[in-house]
Structure formats: structure tokens, C-alpha cells
Design a protein around this ligand. Structure first.
Ligand code: NAP
Length: 441
């Protein structure tokens, strides 16, 4: 699937506003570029794109702004070269960088306060920023995997060495900013927060809550997951992955559980809490929707390899694609297709489709020659659409993961029970931390 053209051109000028986290590199940067391109190609000339992107420091904001403007100019050049219906101007796209460090909750609050203060609705947010929490590579295991089982080893890289029990730094600045007058030496004891869980899930989760006043029922909350979001890495007794052997995969399984169960009656209470609609009533029924996507496997700096090993990893990823792996877009721009699809596609291509066929995990897939498209991905327990045994058209059915079991009613029920528990616990965690740090409204 690709983003379709919007059929109804609004007569009055409108602005489509989207926020992307972690945009200075890898997938986040590619998502921003692809958003610009697909917006200009599919939306009527009366619409403007306001692209808000986040980085962790001012230098990265400036560098990213420069790179995105260069990309915009190149897209406009190509578009105007072909266009016979009049020139498309730079003013169709507004690019704006802002700061946030998802592991520092005072900055999460500050970003939300700034945006809510402006009062401009957000049409989509793409929660892309993330860390892997790996401390190295088991080279021997990696080489063996590459030589004997290339497609599998590059899709489920069990040779990365996770930093088990990685904990985030205490939220000192957050306490200070809530005027609790705290010195570095005498920070009151805080419960641990898993660093990977905080950066990948919980920071975004809190941001969703703080930004809720800017969402309308048609706004879209797009999460980035992974093909590695598999059940063996996640223990529901350990939401933050503090004891997990792979906190990254654990955090991505949490992401799948949150997004895929977000429209079920069993989670409605918690979803309304997150989106500030606890009161119920007619208005509370119309909530923005969550979508979960993954980019397949792409070459970015997340693995933390040096240039030499990075080069050989790139060769291995292309080789996996040529051996017909559907999950190796390799190029971040191709990997960005699923997130951009979930942000930009018209309702009949996504919300209505999910209402008809069931909620899906939208992945970026490519053919051997790299032609990319969006496809539903099988999620252990949930299946392709939340209905055991049903495989909607266009799904990718590799059955590649060796722990795969056939979808069943029990598996589907188990997924929902686990999802509801994750929702309950993460909501409790949100309330506790908001109160602890004085971050409430
Ligand atoms: N690469 C893959 O094959 C792959 C596969 C599946 C899913 N993904 C997902 O894709 C997303 C992007 O990863 P990537 O591969 O593009 O890696 P990347 O190039 O390392 O990009 C990660 C981005 O997240 C930002 N970030 C990290 N920690 C942050 C924090 N605490 N607060 C704010 N921003 C933070 C980074 O900023 P700094 O530069 O300041 O660190 C960077 O902009 C992640 O969610 C990842 O899990 C990637």
C-alpha cells in the first residue's frame, strides 16, 4: 500500500501539523523527508504542512533544519520541473525544530507546555525516538549467524549484547523545575526507571498525555515498533524491562500491546485516562487513534557500529534482501513508508480499513529490488488483525520467526489480557510520576 491522493480538496487553506521525535538521524530524519515528499505529492495546493521535529540539543536542531530545507528544495525542484499546473512554493512546508530529551521528564513537560500554549491542533504525532540499550556485539555469534543463517540473524539479531538492568538517571531537574528546591547531593530517593523503557515508551506516553488538549478525534498517534517485538523478551511482571535479557525488544512488545489493544473495551478506561477524557460522555467516545508501525530492518546508527563494521553490516542487510527477506528495506527512506502512511493516508485507507478488517501492525516491506510498500505484519498472539486465522489481503506472511505458533483464540485472549494489564500499570506509573515530580497540569 502507498499513500493515496486526498480526494476532497478543501476550499479554504488548511494546515496539517505533525510532530516527529528523534528527527536528527536515521529513521526520524527519513520520516521527515518522506512526509514532505508525500504531502506535496498527495495533498491539494490549499494545504500547508507544518512539520515539527525534535532533537536533544540546539546544534542538532540547526543541522537538521538545514538538511530538511535542502531536501525540501530538491523535492520542489523535481516537482516544479514536471509540474504543468503552476509552481509549488517553499511556503507549502513550514519546518520547525524543538527540543526534548525523553529521558528527562521536565523537558517532556516543557515541550508540551510550549505547544499547548500555542493552541494549534496536532493532526499526527510520530513517536520515533529510541535507544537500543546494547553494550556491544558478540562478534563470534554474529559472524556465525551471518555465515549460516543470514536472513534470520539480520532480522532477529541475537548477537547484540544488551546492557541488562540499565537505569535512567534520577529526575533531578524535573524536581527542581517543580520548585521543590532540590540539590544534586540530596535528591530524594526515586524508584528506578528503566532507561530503554523511558526513552522508547514512557517518555512518549507522558508526552501523549500532556499534549492531549491538542488532539482531535481524527488526530493520529503513531508508534514505532520493530520486527523483534517478540513475546520471549517481555515479561508482564517486568513492565520496564529492568530484568529483561533484551530491554529494547521488551519495550517494543509493550508498544505493540499498547497500540493494538487501544480500541478494545477492556482498555477504554485507561486510554481515556491517558487522553484526559476520564469523565466519559459522548465526547469521550471520540478519541484520537493509535497506530503501530515498524520500518523493517534499516541501516542507522542505532547499532552503534564503527564505519568498518557498519559497512559489512550494510552488505549483510542487502544480502538478506536479495535472499528474499521482505523485512530489509535497508534505506531509512524506504523504512519510513509505514510511519508516513499512518500519518498521511486518508481515513478510508487506514481508520476505515482497520474498522473493517481489524487493527494491524503496519510494516515497511520491500521486494528483492527494493520496491517498498506497507504491509500488515503478524504479531504473536494478535495475528494480523486481531482475529485468529484471518490474513487480510496485502499482509506479509513469512512465518520467519522460529518461535511462531499458529494463531488461536487462547493466544488472542492472552494478548488482550496482557494488553489491558500493561495499560493499567503504565497508567498507574504515569500518575505516580506526575505526582512525584509535580508535573500535573
Ligand atoms: N534501525 C532499525 O533497523 C530499526 C528497526 C526497527 C525499529 N527501529 C526504531 O526506529 C526508531 C529510530 O531509530 P533509528 O534506527 O533511526 O536510530 P538512530 O539513528 O539512533 O535514531 C534515534 C533517534 O532517537 C533520538 N533519541 C534517542 N534517545 C532519545 C531521548 N532520550 N530523547 C530524545 N531523543 C532521543 C536520537 O537522538 P540523538 O542523536 O541525540 O541520540 C536519534 O534522533 C527507534 O524507535 C527504533 O527502535 C529501528
Amino acid at each position: 500500500m502507498q499513500v493515496q491522493h486526498e480526494s476532497d480538496a478543501p476550499e479554504h487553506p488548511t494546515t496539517f501539523r505533525v510532530l516527529v521525535t528523534g528527527a536528527n538521524s536515521g529513521l526520524g530524519f527519513a520520516i521527515c523527508c518522506r512526509l514532505i515528499d508525500e504531502f506535496l505529492h498527495t495533498r491539494p495546493s490549499t494545504q500547508t504542512l507544518h512539520l515539527l521535529y525534535t532533537t536533544r540539543d540546539a546544534r542538532k536542531v540547526a543541522d537538521t533544519s538545514k538538511a530538511l530545507h535542502a531536501h525540501l528544495s530538491s523535492t520542489l525542484h523535481k516537482l516544479n520541473h514536471r509540474n504543468t499546473r503552476g509552481l509549488v512554493g517553499e511556503d507549502r512546508v513550514i519546518i520547525e525544530g524543538i527540543l526534548v530529551d525523553l529521558a528527562k521528564l521536565d523537558t517532556v513537560r516543557a515541550l508540551a507546555t510550549e505547544l499547548v500554549g500555542r493552541g494549534e491542533e496536532l493532526d499526527a504525532v510520530i513517536w520515533n525516538a529510541g535507544i537500543a540499550g546494547w553494550k556491544g556485539v558478540d562478534w563470534l555469534k554474529g559472524m556465525w549467524g551471518m555465515l549460516t543463517d543470514l536472513k534470520y540473524a539480520t532480522t532477529y539479531p541475537e548477537f547484540m549484547i544488551p546492557d541488562v538492568g540499565l537505569v535512567a538517571a534520577p529526575q533531578v531537574a524535573s524536581l527542581r523545575s517543580s520548585k521543590k528546591n532540590v540539590n544534586e547531593q540530596d535528591v530524594p530517593e526515586q524508584p528506578q526507571l528503566g532507561q530503554v523503557f523511558l526513552a522508547n515508551v514512557f517518555g512518549h506516553y507522558l508526552l501523549t498525555h500532556f499534549l492531549a488538549p491538542l488532539f482531535s478525534p481524527t488526530s493520529r498517534i503513531v508508534w514505532i515498533s520493530s520486527t523483534g517485538a517478540l513475546p520471549p523478551y517481555f515479561d508482564v511482571e517486568d513492565l520496564q524491562g529492568l530484568r529483561a535479557r533484551a530491554a529494547y525488544e521488551s519495550s517494543k512488545r509493550v508498544t505493540d500491546l499498547l497500540a493494538l489493544t487501544s480500541e478494545l473495551p477492556s482498555t477504554a478506561l485507561y486510554v481515556r485516562g491517558l487522553l484526559g477524557k476520564e469523565q466519559g460522555g459522548r465526547d469521550a467516545m471520540a478519541l484520537p487513534k493509535m497506530y503501530v508501525t515498524h520500518p523493517g530492518v534499516i541501516a542507522t546508527s542505532i547499532a552503534g557500529l564503527n564505519w568498518f563494521m557498519g559497512f559489512w553490516m550494510l552488505v549483510a542487510l542487502y544480502a538478506a534482501r536479495w535472499l528474499s527477506s521482505p523485512w530489509h528495506p535497508v534505506d531509512p527512506y524506504k523504512g519510513a513508508i509505514s510511519a508516513v502512511f499512518c500519518a498521511l493516508s486518508p481515513p478510508e485507507q487506514l481508520a476505515d480499513l482497520e474498522a473493517r478488517e481489524g487493527k494491524g501492525k503496519w510494516g515497511s516491506t520491500t521486494g528483492v529490488y527494493g520496491e517498498e510498500r506497507v504491509a500488515r505484519t503478524e504479531v504473536p498472539g494478535w495475528g494480523y488483525c486481531g482475529v485468529p486465522g484471518r490474513v487480510p489481503e496485502g499482509s506479509v506472511t513469512t512465518g520467519m520467526w522460529r518461535g511462531r505458533v499458529e494463531g488461536s483464540r487462547e493466544g488472542r485472549e492472552g494478548f488482550e489480557v496482557e494488553g489491558a494489564r500493561v495499560w493499567r500499570e503504565i497508567e498507574e506509573l504515569r500518575r505516580e510520576w506526575e505526582e512525584r515530580l509535580g508535573l500535573e497540569d
